[in-house]
Design a protein around this ligand. Structure first.
Ligand code: SF4
Length: 510
């Protein structure tokens, strides 16, 4: 009576933390439970065949915005060829609006919210009775200390080849209406000593790349400092075998004590993902995002100037009340602060999020299919939104990739948003594509663009060549927006940590 825990990850490198939590908490059913991870894009028949080869009684699927359509096809096929297999769904995508979803109709049961104790209980009832009467089971949230941590379930292969996701806390106390975490209303920490002991064990087994999924890592400064100290100790003990950690920060909360700790990290060891989302106070108020913009900007500036952390800052286009001009002002403000990457996202209406209340008043039109991207608002029409979508894509290729570091500065000039939008529109006219543009072709196009904007051919060629040469030599062309000076308080900088992901390593190569 095998129970399979299955999901389709976005990439092979993304090992599912959620499935490992479920497995760790299966209790007496653990011995008969196995993980099966797939990658989106896999053939549905292959996935079903591999699942059925294990002769499961129950298959539990982790369902997310990025895999719901493919998972629905897998569930539909599975129930056709093996109707005796009980299908249980869980995950954020099926935790809300369950009555409206085809995948829920196809499945036997759904666990909404936290599955740690509810999923094993449901499996026990399915296997041993009494048969559960309800289709949808609201996940019970146990005390954090009762949740078995899953880290020993990362295999040696996972540790060697995949990103290791970890969490020191769940939930978020903030209420940004576009975000599913806004429904949590608070954050719940795991026991810190137990958590750090698990991190130690992962390190001993060879883990060097830790990605924290905590929504607001810097909520509790003492906890943040202890976790960071764990990594600083490892870096000090083995500078030749560096460790790398990724955290999500709220931008307006960076007390001095935390700054001091951050400043001690060498290059290539630390990445921060920082959500700004919008610099427009009216938009922030509309979506209930509490953010002190002055403090947030000062903290990003401090990080670029006094730390070696790689900064990845998020902005969202298409929020209610935001027009292109106000978004452009926020974008330009952020470029001036100099983060290494600006993640330019388009608003998505995640199932269950309260942003739905703005749909009518602000003319929000969303794609009915995942990932439910906003298509138009009362301030941004459809064709303009499509231009923003292409801007985001080209921004990723040209700016965030780190491949055109010198050149980006020349492209952006004094009006980053307007200038890059002009490039984006031109690139689309020339290529009719936003994907599958070979790097060499992109470089030629960028060079042509610079010449069209008045740069001498020789100067444009040299600029592009300097970026290319920098990458060839493993050296970074200095980041355009991030004119960071060496931090006075930082330790003598060792070379970029080999553990740093490739894109960050390109930004670092200097
Ligand atoms: S956007 Fe960030 S701060 Fe806001 S609710 Fe979501 S996780 Fe919390």
């Amino acid at each position: 009576m095998t129970i399979l825990l299955a999901t389709l990850n976005a990439r092979y490198a993304h090992a599912s933390l959620g499935l490992r939590y479920l497995l760790a908490n299966m209790g007496t059913l653990k011995e008969q439970t196995a993980l099966m991870e797939f990658v989106i894009g896999a053939k549905t028949t292959d996935v079903v065949e591999r699942l059925l080869a294990r002769a499961p009684s129950i298959v539990g699927f982790g369902v997310y915005i990025w895999n719901v359509e493919e998972t629905a096809r897998v569930v539909a096929m599975l129930k056709r060829v093996a109707p005796q297999v009980t299908v249980v769904l869980g995950g954020p995508e099926v935790s809300y609006e369950t009555g409206q979803q085809e995948i829920v109709r196809l499945a036997d049961y759904v666990v909404t919210g936290w599955g740690d104790v509810t999923f094993p209980k449901l499996c026990g009832e399915i296997l041993h009775g009494p048969k559960p009467l309800m289709k949808v089971h609201a996940g019970v949230q146990p005390p954090m200390a009762d949740i078995a941590l899953p880290y020993s379930l990362y295999s040696d292969d996972d540790i060697a080849h995949r990103t290791i996701y970890v969490e020191a806390s769940r939930g978020c106390p903030f209420k940004c209406e576009f975000c599913l975490s806004s429904l949590d209303k608070t954050a719940w920490p795991f026991g810190l000593d137990t958590f750090l002991a698990e991190m130690e064990d992962l390190y001993r087994r060879g883990a060097r790349l830790y990605k924290f999924v905590d929504r607001t890592f810097n909520l509790n400064v003492k906890t943040s400092q202890r976790i960071m100290q764990f990594f600083l100790d490892k870096l000090a003990a083995a500078p030749g075998d560096p460790v790398y950690a990724h955290f999500e920060l709220v931008p307006d909360h960076l007390p001095e004590a935390l700054k001091e700790t951050i400043a001690r990290f060498p290059p290539g060891a630390l990445q921060f993902e920082i959500g700004i989302q919008s610099f427009n106070p009216e938009v922030q108020a509309l979506v209930s995002r509490r953010q002190d913009n002055v403090k947030a900007a000062a903290n990003i500036r401090w990080l670029t100037e006094h730390s070696h952390a790689h900064l990845h800052v998020d902005l969202i286009a298409g929020l209610p009340g935001e027009d292109v001009d106000s978004f452009a002002r926020g974008f330009d403000q952020l470029v001036a602060l100099g983060p290494h990457e600006i993640q330019f996202g388009i608003l998505k209406r995640l199932r269950g999020t309260p942003i739905i209340r703005h749909t009518e008043p602000y003319g929000m039109v969303y794609d009915p299919y995942p990932p439910y991207t906003v298509l138009a608002t009362d301030r941004i029409d459809f064709s303009t939104m499509q231009r923003l979508v292409r801007f985001a894509r080209y921004w990723d290729l040209v700016a965030n990739s780190g491949r055109f570091a010198h050149t980006v500065e020349a492209i952006l000039g004094e009006a980053p948003f307007a200038n890059f939008m002009a490039l984006s529109d031109w690139l689309y006219t020339r290529t009719d594509a936003t994907h599958r543009i070979a790097l060499e072709r992109l470089a030629k196009l960028v060079q042509e663009w610079l010449q069209l904007r008045g740069m001498a051919p020789q100067a444009a060629a040299e600029l592009l060549a300097s970026d290319y040469a920098g990458q060839q030599n493993g050296q970074r062309a200095d980041k355009p927006a991030a004119k960071a000076s060496e931090p006075a308080s930082a330790p003598a900088a060792p070379t970029a940590a080999p553990a740093a992901p490739a894109r960050q390593a390109r930004h670092l190569a200097a």
